[in-house]
Write a protein that binds this ligand. Structure first.
Ligand code: ADP
Length: 890
């Protein structure tokens, strides 16, 4: 029995089985039966002009959407209910999707007027965060990825698809869960599907939620296909690309994703026709933390594009170009040939700077072809979409012309690859009306002259209307009533209207009375009704015919989707390259020599984002020399604020830019391809993850030590800062040695422990650099210049002074520092013995306040506090003692 399906519905169990379910009205029974198939989604159940929700769905939706919860009789009991009007349903759906829910849309699939019993209803689509198609719910310049993951032993396979653009990627990754999450992070998926085998891996689930913030759906065992089914399914959907998938696990993950899309969308996915399988090893690896700290596409503070490398480089004219550029940044290349090809094209574009503007102008007129294709395949494209498509295609010939005119071979071949799809332009130009409305069901979207039958029907309507105008004229003359008029309304159709004042002029029985208004009467005549019938019939027929003609045009265009997509790819690429060329031209970037030699040599390098934010000429360029022989590990010392982390990031960003094929902010640069960039920068507590700053710091450093190869680039900023001085220094020391002796990766290591600079003498591939500053009239000036050798002091007090700390604190801190330094000198040691210093500055106590102050001072955990905290502590202490008339300072 059908009731068996209800077993997982709370109302089934609550009422104890089918007998109880049967007590509901037939419609509610139908609702429960459909709901049972969609337990994890809000079921929007169509009832006339509303979508209604019942039971638990209604309660939860009322809360989430802030709409009124009502109830209705469900057969003996009141059932909780709430609803939203069908015409504004998108707003509510998008709110629920935004909160990470799913929504199943259940429509009436037969005409209520002719239905016997309860109207048949079916779920026509399930909308989930990863399967949004609606323009309003998507961000123009961002992809909306749905990803799927499966595993076989230590081998993961991953697929990612964007329904709104038709992209479908597959790859596999060997190693632990962390590596997979890094790969997933490149897509920033809105939703992740997990194979049943991963559903119980709590640590993986936890990491996915924390690091990606995606909605997670675990697939049921019963939804898995057999290998034969997979093979058939892939063959049917991807007839040309099927052999792209080479292993069973890749097939499994592709099917997991595809079948979820088919199950939820229940309609054509013909735009998703290509599998792009890639080898994850073909790209530079960037983990979640490196992506964040280097601020590639999202800023650290606000998670926005502004202030990131992407924000700087994105001067694209189309949404497709912008999305592609982001993908390039998310996946820098290791493939030298492709890097050089991109460089070649950027070079040709920068050599023709005037052309850039023209290309940009043409590109601006190209709409989002990828998303247009998706809507066409999906059957949701309207007349305006086809006009947008035509206008976009009309730009292509000009674009080709201006590229070919350069005679630069790289650009000429780009031009040759652009397909203007003339047939599509011609077809849409002669069929779709220039002022096509949003709706495809209300006519006015097909041009005159496109279809004979439509022209004839329109002629009938025009004729009819002409006849009516003539009728009005004739009747005015016949009756002598000048204000007589013929009107139309939806309820009564055409009528003749005579004002009350004029009724006496109307010969009795001339017309049939139809309706009485306050100051007029409305009439009809048999011949008027006959005309009306002809007009309305023709109108109805033509609206229907227009819809049919339109869908035929759309289907014809849909056949060309692969060609349009190919064009979209090439336009996006041209746009991304044009953007990189424009930015390179604007900021004077140079073409780096990218090779496999393993060296990094940068002359006059700049941090692209910081430079763009500073006034022209104010950013101080710096050189970098790194290699595997003598300059493997640069140990950078210098005060806070001197530019150490800016320098380290700039080396990483220049390397990364070079590997996306872009030009770089430097006078000259040679970049040996780097396989991975590791970062440990800045103190960020992972509070959500429940890890302290120090734990995060150690974890990230461990990852670098464990996974870096001699081809990697490591950035370690102030490692060891999160613990006490001795601990931290010892750790930093040991880490430098380990990287030097065992890892061999090119490393930038900044530290405020200037004691570490002696490592240069012991380890042959360690080189000291310091951020130079000078003291002028007691004030420190940061030159932001990296110079050979180590720094000898920290200038912490200077920085405190710069930050506007009270003069008294600064004075006092200076005097304390002098005492400390004096003590260290007399003790003949380089290591500060802070405890003995604090003990000896404390004076014998007298008053209770002093007693208390002394106690607090003794208990102050100096080694686990930052200098700033200590200064603040002493400042407070002093103020307290002074206010009591006693002082500890002398
Ligand atoms: P540190 O890591 O040594 O504490 P930062 O790298 O954070 O210092 O730099 C501090 C500030 O100095 C930055 O915010 C930036 O505005 C400025 N700065 C850094 N490097 C340069 C440079 N090369 N030229 C000009 N300004 C710079």
């Amino acid at each position: 029995m059908k009731f068996m399906q209800f077993t997982n519905h709370p109302y089934y169990t609550k009422f104890g089985g089918s007998v109880q379910v049967a007590k509901y009205t037939p419609m509610i029974q139908q609702y429960l039966s459909i709901k049972a198939d969609h337990p994890d989604a809000f079921l929007f159940f169509r009832l006339g002009d509303f979508y209604e929700m019942f039971f638990e769905d209604a309660r939860k939706a009322a809360e989430e959407l802030e709409i009124t919860l009502t109830s209705r009789d469900g057969g003996g009991e009141r059932i909780p209910m709430c609803g939203v009007p069908f015409h504004s349903v998108d707003v509510y759906i998008s709110r629920l999707i935004g909160k990470g829910y799913k929504v199943a849309i259940c429509e009436q699939v037969e005409d209520p007027a002719t239905a016997k019993g309860v109207v048949r209803r079916e779920v026509v689509r399930v909308i989930t965060p990863g399967t949004v198609m609606e323009e309003k719910m998507l961000t123009e310049r961002e992809n909306n990825f749905l990803a799927a993951l499966t595993r076989q032993r230590e081998h993961y396979a991953l697929a990612a698809a964007d329904l709104s653009t038709g992209e479908f990627y597959v790859t596999d990754v060997a190693g632990d869960g962390a590596r997979v999450i890094d790969e997933l992070a490149a897509y920033q998926p809105k939703e992740v599907l997990l194979a049943p085998c991963l559903g119980k891996e709590t640590s993986l689930l936890e990491e996915l939620r924390l690091r990606l913030g995606a909605v997670i759906t675990v697939t049921g065992e019963d939804e898995l296909q057999s290998p034969e089914e997979r093979s058939r399914m892939l063959g049917e959907h991807f007839p040309e690309d099927r052999e792209q998938l080479t292993t069973p696990i890749q097939e499994e993950v592709a099917c997991l994703l595809l079948s979820y899309l088919q199950r939820t969308q229940k309609r054509g996915l013909s735009h998703m026709n290509r599998i792009r399988r890639y080898d994850a090893e073909q790209f530079m690896v960037l983990d979640v933390s490196a992506r964040q700290t280097l601020e590639l596409t999202r800023s650290l503070r606000e998670g926005r594009k502004e202030g990131t490398l992407y924000g700087l480089l994105d001067r694209t004219a189309t949404a497709m170009g912008s999305r592609l550029l982001k993908k390039w940044l998310d996946k820098p290349l290791l493939d030298l040939n492709e890097i050089r090809r991109r460089q070649e094209e950027i070079q040709a574009l920068t050599d023709h700077l005037i052309l850039l503007e023209e290309i940009r102008e043409q590109l601006k007129g190209v709409y989002d072809l990828e998303r247009l294709c998706a809507r066409i395949a999906y059957g949701s494209a309207n007349g305006r979409d086809l006009i947008s498509l035509r206008r976009s295609l009309e730009k292509i010939p000009d674009l080709k012309r201006c590229l070919s005119e350069t005679n630069a071979s790289a650009l000429v071949s780009v031009a040759e690859g652009l397909d203007p799809l003339r047939e599509v332009v011609e077809l849409t130009a002669k069929s779709i009306a220039d002022e096509a409305p949003v709706s495809v069901r209300e006519g006015n979207l097909i041009k005159d002259g496109y279809d004979e039958e439509l022209d004839r029907l329109r002629e009938v309507q025009r004729d009819g209307r002409g006849w009516i105008t003539r009728l009005e004229q004739r009747e005015r003359e016949a009756t002598g009533i000048r204000s007589l008029k013929v009107g139309f309304n939806k309820v009564f159709g055409y009528y003749i209207e005579v004002t009350k004042a004029n009724l006496r002029h109307l010969p009795e029985g001339r017309y049939q009375r139809k309706q009485t208004l306050a100051n007029a009467e409305r009439f009809v005549t048999p011949e008027l009704k006959e005309r009306e019938r002809l007009i309305l019939e023709a109108e109805e027929k033509s609206v229907e015919l227009e819809y049919q003609l339109f869908t035929r045009v759309r289907e014809r265009v849909a056949e060309e989707i692969p060609r349009i997509q190919m064009l979209a790819d090439r336009v996006a690429r041209l746009d991304a390259l044009h953007s990189l060329a424009a930015v390179s031209g604007k900021y004077g970037y140079v073409r780096p020599d990218v090779n496999r030699e393993g060296r990094i040599r940068i002359t006059g390098g700049r941090h692209p984002v910081v430079e763009a934010a500073t006034r022209e000429g104010e950013f101080v360029p710096n050189d970098t020399r790194m290699d595997q022989e003598e300059h493997q590990l640069l140990l950078i010392t210098g005060p806070n604020m001197a530019g150490k982390s800016t320098y380290m990031r700039q080396v990483a960003l220049i390397t990364l830019m070079a590997q996306i094929g872009c030009f770089v902010p430097a006078q000259r640069a040679e970049i040996g391809i780097v396989d991975r960039i590791f970062t440990r920068i800045g103190a960020a507590d992972d509070l959500v993850g429940g890890r302290s700053t120090f734990m995060v710091e150690m974890d990230e450093t461990r990852l670098a030590l464990a996974q870096a190869t001699s081809r990697s680039l490591i950035l370690l900023d102030e490692v060891g800062r999160g613990t006490s001085t001795y601990d931290g220094m010892a750790l930093a020391h040991a880490i430098v040695e380990y990287i030097h002796d065992h890892v061999g990766a090119k490393t930038l290591f900044s530290t405020h422990y200037h004691e570490l600079t002696h490592l240069e003498a012991d380890l042959p591939r360690v080189v000291n650099l310091h951020a130079r500053c000078v003291e002028k009239e007691g004030e420190v000036v940061f030159l932001h210049r990296m110079e050979p050798g180590g720094a000898d002091r920290s200038y912490g007090i200077h920085v405190a002074q710069l930050a506007g700390m009270p003069a008294e604190v600064i004075r006092r801190a200076r005097s304390l520092l002098e005492t400390l330094e004096g003590r260290l000198e007399t003790a003949g040691t380089r290591q500060p013995d802070l405890f003995s210093f604090v003990e000896s500055t404390a004076q014998p106590a007298g008053s209770p306040e002093e007693e208390e102050a002394l106690k607090a001072l003794k208990e102050w955990d100096l080694l686990n506090r930052t200098p700033m905290e200590t200064i603040q502590f002493i400042f407070d202490l002093q103020r307290k003692l002074k206010s009591k008339g006693a002082g500890v300072d002398g």
